[in-house]
Design a protein around this ligand. Structure first.
Ligand SMILES: [Fe+2]
Length: 275
C-alpha cells in the first residue's frame, strides 16, 4: 500500500511538471504572436518609418527628388563658402587668393594620401576658410608689419578658435570647423590651441598646416618679399617631423615645384627670379 501511494505521488509530480511545461510554452507562443502582430500593424501605419527604410524601394520620382535635394544642399554649401570667402576678401584681399591656392594644393595632397570623399570635402572647406576667424582680430594686429608683442600674438592665436566657433554653427560644416580649430597644431605637440601631436591632429588639419605655412613663406606681402622656392622647401623639410607631418610634407613636395609658376605669378613675382 505504501509503495503504491509513493508511485501515485511520483506520477502526480510528473503530470504536474508536464502541465506547467505545456502551459508556459503556449503562453509565450501566444504572447510572441501578439507582439509580432502589434509590430507589423505599427509599421504598416508608418509609426516606425526608420525600420521600414532598409526594405523600401524608391521609384523614379523619389530618386529625382533626392537628387534635387542633394543639388540644393551642395549649392547652399558652395554659397556659404563663397560668402565667407567674400568676407575674407573684404578683410584682406590677399587672403582670398591665398585660400583658393591652398584648397587646390590641399585637395591634391588629400587625393594622393587616399582620403575619402567626405574628408576631401571637409579639406576643401578647411583650406578655403581656415583663417575665417581672423575676421575677429583687430586690423592693427592683422596688418602690423613689425613683430607682434606677446599680448598681440596671444590674441592672434585665438583666430583658429574664432573660426571654429563660427563654422560649427552651420549644419554640415561641423567637421570642417574642428579641422580649422586644429590647423595650427604642431606635429611635436607644441602648437595651439590644444597641443595635440602626431595623429591626434586631424589629417585635414595637418595638410592645411603644411600648405598654409609654405604658401605664407613664398607669398610676398606689402612689408616683405616672398622667400625663394628653394629656401621655402629647405625650411619646410627642416621642420618636417617637428612642426609638420613628414608624410604630408613629402607628398606636397612631390608635386610642389611643378605648381610654382602659378604661385609666383599670383604673388607678382617671376618664377625665374624667385627660383
Ligand atoms: Fe591660421
Amino acid at each position: 500500500m505504501g509503495e503504491l501511494s509513493r508511485l501515485d505521488l511520483r506520477l502526480g509530480e510528473w503530470l504536474w511538471f508536464w502541465f506547467w511545461l505545456w502551459f508556459w510554452f503556449w503562453l509565450w507562443f501566444w504572447l510572441w504572436l501578439l507582439l509580432r502582430a502589434l509590430l507589423v500593424a505599427a509599421m504598416s501605419n508608418n509609426q516606425i518609418p526608420a525600420l521600414m527604410e532598409g526594405s523600401r524601394s524608391f521609384g523614379a520620382p523619389d530618386l529625382l527628388r533626392i537628387k534635387q535635394l542633394e543639388e540644393q544642399a551642395s549649392a547652399l554649401r558652395n554659397s556659404v563658402i563663397c560668402a565667407f570667402n567674400q568676407l575674407l576678401d573684404l578683410k584682406d584681399l590677399n587672403t582670398g587668393v591665398h585660400s583658393t591656392r591652398l584648397a587646390e594644393w590641399g585637395m591634391r595632397v588629400g587625393q594622393e594620401l587616399g582620403l575619402e570623399e567626405a574628408e576631401l570635402q571637409n579639406l576643401e572647406v578647411a583650406a578655403l576658410l581656415h583663417d575665417i576667424g581672423k575676421v575677429g582680430i583687430p586690423d592693427a594686429i592683422l596688418r602690423k608689419p613689425e613683430r607682434l608683442d606677446p599680448e598681440e600674438y596671444a590674441l592672434m592665436k585665438r583666430h583658429s578658435e574664432y573660426g571654429w566657433a563660427v563654422l560649427r554653427m552651420l549644419p554640415g560644416f561641423e567637421r570642417a570647423a574642428l579641422d580649422i580649430l586644429h590647423h595650427h597644431e604642431s606635429f611635436d605637440g607644441k602648437g595651439y590651441p590644444a597641443g595635440l601631436k602626431d595623429t591626434e591632429i586631424p589629417v585635414v588639419s595637418r595638410i592645411v598646416c603644411v600648405i598654409d605655412a609654405f604658401d605664407a613663406m613664398v607669398s610676398s606681402r606689402p612689408y616683405r618679399k616672398g622667400l625663394p622656392y628653394e629656401e621655402a622647401v629647405r625650411r619646410l623639410t627642416e621642420a618636417s617631423g617637428t612642426q609638420f607631418d613628414p608624410v604630408v610634407v613629402r607628398t606636397f613636395l612631390s608635386f610642389a615645384q611643378a605648381e610654382m609658376s602659378t604661385v609666383f605669378a599670383a604673388a607678382g613675382t617671376s618664377v625665374s627670379s624667385a627660383l
